[in-house]
Design a protein around this ligand. Sequence first.
Ligand SMILES: CSCCC(=O)C(=O)COP(=O)(O)O
Ligand SMILES: [Zn+2]
Length: 218
Amino acid sequence: MSFAAIALEEKQRVLAELGEVKRLLSSRGLFAGTSGNLSIRVGDFVPESFDFAITASGKDKSLSTPEDFLFVDQDGKPSEATALKPSAETLIHCEIYKLTGCGAIFHVHTVMNNVISELFWDRKSIPVDGVELIKAFQIWEEEAHIEIPIVSNFAHIPSIVPEVTDRLDPRIPGIVLRKHGIYAWGANAFEAKRHLEAFEFLFEYAYRWEMLQQNRRS
Ligand SMILES: CSCCC(=O)C(=O)COP(=O)(O)O
Ligand SMILES: [Zn+2]
């Protein structure tokens, strides 16, 4: 489906939803120093051809302005003429949409997701054992064990993409960039937000549990 063929009401709905999510996450202090970016897909999904609304790059995300979002295509190019620049990390969104067919992707930097990525960097994943909130990912087995992937962070964003491609685990709706932040996704904005909140809870649990173990050993 071409971008032009997508109903105006659908585009407006997506922009309004993105605005609501941005306001809510901002009220929780999740966009320190203009960090973070958000996107929601619009219209039908075909891996070779889709569009999504994404935050414009470098904006103060605690403010709401008519220049907060723009639409881009599957390659991260603006879907229509605009003076706005898409997030510097748009190519990571493009890759996650292509690999998962998801409907929304939220990226935030927190002190906890940065610390945990360094704590478990040698392992290249964050282990979590048997915590109830794993069920937020629709993983229902008793005492489930999950490993949340951590990938390298580079200033050159296209260099991050191949590692995302290699490490993305279809069971786990998120990936952590080392000392950078988390990308969490879902079928829609509601699900992506639930996953983001669950990841941050599990990171804090994993960090505290690891510290307890280390104290016991010393
Ligand atoms: C100031 S944070 C560095 C860039 C970044 O990691 C980020 O999430 C925000 O970049 P954007 O281009 O999406 O504003
Ligand atoms: Zn970032």
